[in-house]
Design a protein around this ligand. Structure first.
Ligand SMILES: CCCCCCCCCCCCCCCCCCCC(=O)SCCNC(=O)CCNC(=O)[C@H](O)C(C)(C)COP(=O)(O)OP(=O)(O)OC[C@H]1O[C@@H](n2cnc3c(N)ncnc32)[C@H](O)[C@@H]1OP(=O)(O)O
Ligand SMILES: Nc1ncnc2c1ncn2[C@@H]1O[C@H](COP(=O)(O)OP(=O)(O)OP(=O)(O)O)[C@@H](O)[C@H]1O
Ligand SMILES: O=C(O)CCC(=O)C(=O)O
Ligand SMILES: [Fe+2]
Ligand SMILES: [Mg+2]
Length: 327
């Protein structure tokens, strides 16, 4: 459809589709991946449709980020305790000596019950962009602060190329989006995000642990086959810059060659009108099994819980009406 319209515009001799769109009543289906009437300009909608991501510069203020950073440090030292939070250490650090505070921590997840950090997920500046992808009824599904450590020399600080949808038992994919905000300058030296533009138009692929000699962090599955010739874009970002990306976009991050801990805060959102799916017999069965194993370790072997339940329990409504995936 989009291609056909582009052809029409070329015939009209405009050469600038956004002008043509404002003067001709083009159907809303011109863009597949964002909502009609949303905050995005035509140029931004076209960019996201084509590439599967969109960077908004300076979206989150330095003050807010400093507040989240301070809170993160208190969670790492144990001064602040959040019910249900997962504090994860880098596999290489976890298997070596004891390291105190945030220097041992590679990420904290599931902090939706912390009022300070959860302000990030409810930030209206972020939600107005999220709504462009999910529509008006929005649930926060997954929360993370990633504290990529200086690489201990084993390349374990890398995050293999993956599609976030691999972890999600809900659909449709086009109504899910990740918001990822740099908490400081991120570039190639400290392991910025790397994306394969346009890969969001493909299928969800088989994921497994990569065969990395130095070890791989728990649940860091990677796409088994992606074309090494596909163009890569390194997303170098300043503090407060935020990237929104599609859950089928193939992305990862390189190793951190600096002495600092590279920090980012993120939330995955979905429309509450999404529905849960059964992943049995699909490529997602491996991550479902692994997740349930962790849940049983946490809550005891006898707990009867499904992959959907794990997600349903963590989902939080942030705007609009509740629905099947978040009440
Ligand atoms: C309401 C129900 C909640 C139920 C819990 C369900 C949680 C899982 C949901 C996950 C969903 C993920 C969704 C992601 C969506 C977006 C896409 C994101 C892509 C990713 O980020 S994938 C990575 C996500 N990773 C995780 O979620 C891992 C979660 N981490 C943990 O569960 C624990 O931190 C871990 C790794 C099990 C360690 O447990 P912990 O108790 O903290 O550590 P111990 O010191 O006791 O060590 C135990 C054992 O584990 C080894 N270990 C430690 N750290 C790591 C590591 N980073 N990687 C690998 N192995 C690790 C440690 O050495 C010990 O091993 P032994 O052999 O010595 O026993
Ligand atoms: N040999 C590899 N096998 C699988 N994935 C890799 C490999 N090397 C890098 N990656 C993944 O590709 C992504 C980006 O890699 P990239 O090459 O940008 O990072 P890097 O090798 O750490 O640093 P550099 O920017 O210097 O190349 C990361 O997700 C990383 O985990
Ligand atoms: O911040 C990073 O290194 C990437 C994190 C990521 O892609 C994820 O956790 O899904
Ligand atoms: Fe990811
Ligand atoms: Mg490289």
């Amino acid at each position: 459809m989009a291609d056909r319209l582009q052809t029409v515009f070329r015939h009209l001799g405009s050469g600038r589709p956004q002008q043509a769109i404002s003067t001709i009543p083009v159907s809303a289906a011109a863009y597949q991946y964002s909502q009609p009437g949303c905050i995005l300009s035509d140029e931004q909608r076209r960019f996201y449709d084509k590439n599967g991501f969109l960077v908004i510069k300076n979206l989150v203020s330095g003050d807010k980020i400093d507040k989240y950073k301070e809170r993160f440090q208190k969670v790492c030292t144990g001064e602040v305790k959040i019910p249900g939070v997962i504090i994860m250490r880098d596999v290489a650090i976890a298997k070596s000596e004891f390291v105190p505070g945030e220097h041992a921590v590679t990420k904290i997840q599931d902090w939706m019950l912390d009022p300070v950090l959860f302000e990030y997920c409810c930030d209206p500046e972020i939600l107005k962009y999220v709504e462009a992808f999910t529509g008006p009824d929005i649930a926060a599904m997954h929360t993370m602060i990633i504290n990529k450590p200086p690489d201990p020399g084993l390349k374990t600080s890398r995050h293999p190329m993956h599609q976030d949808l691999h972890y999600f038992p809900f659909r449709p994919a086009d109504r899910i989006v990740c918001s990822w905000t740099a908490m400081e300058k991120v570039d190639r030296s400290n392991g910025c995000l790397v994306v394969l533009p346009g890969s969001h138009t493909g299928e969800l692929k088989q994921h497994d642990y990569p065969e990395w000699e130095g070890g791989v962090n728990k649940m860091y599955h990677g796409v088994r086959d992606y074309s090494p010739d596909h163009p890569r874009v390194h997303l170098e970002m300043e503090k407060g810059d935020t990237v929104f990306f599609h859950p089928i976009l193939i992305h990862g991050s390189g190793m951190n060659r600096t002495k600092g801990f590279r920090k980012a805060i993120s939330c995955h959102y979905a429309s509450t009108q999404c529905h849960y799916i059964d992943v049995e017999g699909t490529t997602q069965e491996n991550i479902s099994d692994e997740t349930l194993e962790i849940a049983r370790k946490k809550f005891g072997g006898n707990i009867k819980i499904s992959f959907k339940d794990v997600w349903r329990l963590r989902a939080r409504l942030v705007k609009g009406q509740p629905g099947e995936i978040a009440e």
